[in-house]
Design a binder for this molecule. Structure first.
Ligand SMILES: [Cu+2]
Length: 144
């Protein structure tokens, strides 16, 4: 798996005092097209324990939503999800044409990177937040 970012790919949670590890790879935000105020975050998420991704926030946007794509009568459309399960020890991929994290209502254009915080809840109902510094690029990593 080719890694997009050289550093900061791994965020452990040891400092929070419970042994839950969330690993995130290949995070990227699509650069905003002229005339639009929305964009998309793609990434891969892995956790050693089952988690629910319940939302997110960013200082640059008005809202962060979880979306999936669905095909209805040959038309692809986006659907908002309230929660996405991250099963224990499995990778969940957010990628073009599938699950994605929608960044809505940019208040100002991002530079080369932007901060996004993801909100998770674990099986003990503990809230876990993870802040990522994500590159803003035209296209994501190409798979070999
Ligand atoms: Cu969407």
């Amino acid at each position: 798996m080719k890694k997009l970012i050289g550093l900061g790919l791994y965020w452990g949670l040891a400092s929070l005092g419970f042994a839950q590890e969330i690993t995130i790879t290949e995070a990227w935000v699509r650069s905003i097209r002229q005339g639009t105020q929305n964009s998309v975050l793609y990434l891969n998420i892995h956790s050693d324990q089952r988690l629910s991704l319940v939302g997110g926030d960013s200082p640059l946007t008005e809202a962060v939503e979880l979306h999936s794509m669905q095909l209805t009568n040959d038309i692809m459309s986006m659907k908002k999800l309230e929660t996405i399960t991250i099963p224990s020890k499995q990778w969940v991929s957010f990628k073009p044409g599938g699950l994605h994290i929608m960044l809505l209502g940019f208040k100002k254009l991002p530079d080369k990177e932007m901060n996004i915080t993801l909100h998770f809840v674990n099986d003990k109902q503990q809230k876990i937040q993870k802040t990522l510094k994500v590159p803003v690029v035209q296209t994501g990593p190409s798979k070999p």
